[in-house]
Design a protein. Structure first.
Length: 180
């Protein structure tokens, strides 16, 4: 089911393991078990459009669970551009918070609203940072790199751990393509 959402990742698998040189229009995982997986594909512009072909990929040894799949190590910190948007929003909200306590200012928030909003943001960013800790442990980041990701996630939230997930998925695909 997961792989059904990533057909773009299956085309390189079919191409590599099936030694297919022709251009494919699509690929999908037909089945998977502990001994291997079956992939179906359709060639682009070659033969009947609906002619599905298949490739069987055997695993070197049976897998006992997801834990045995390749988890690439992330060795460097990357600050995505989207984090800048969060930083600007946090600075703006910090300004609004400070101005709500100034009696002469007209702001969008009443002084009583800002602690609630800050509490919600701190709670959400703390939960995101905890999730980032699990990602860093799973992908064996060095302590300093993991620390950078956790602190950046606490400060900037979603853009940081979303980028980390993209990097780990790309690294996983790259490592699989290099194995064989």
């Amino acid at each position: 089911m997961y792989m059904s959402n990533h057909p773009d990742a299956l085309v390189p698998y079919v191409s590599h393991f099936g030694k297919i040189k022709e251009v494919m229009s699509s690929a999908r995982m037909a089945s998977i078990g502990s001994n291997g997986m079956a992939l179906e594909y359709v060639l682009k512009g070659g033969g009947p459009k609906d002619a599905k072909r298949s490739v069987r990929v055997e695993f070197d040894r049976p897998l006992s669970g997801y834990e045995e799949t390749n988890r690439p190590q992330i060795n460097s910190f990357h600050l995505p551009r989207q984090a800048l948007t969060t930083v600007i929003a946090m600075i703006a909200f910090l300004y609004v918070t400070a101005s709500t306590y100034c009696p002469a200012s007209n702001t969008l928030f009443a002084p009583g609203d800002t602690p609630i909003i800050w509490g919600i943001m701190v709670t959400l960013h703390s939960l995101e940072a905890l999730y980032t800790i699990t990602l860093c442990r799973r992908h064996r980041t060095p302590f300093i790199v993991g620390f950078q990701y956790v602190v950046a996630t606490f400060l900037c939230g979603f853009p940081i751990f979303a980028d980390l997930r993209k990097r780990t998925q790309k690294a996983r695909i790259d490592s699989i393509m290099k194995v064989n």
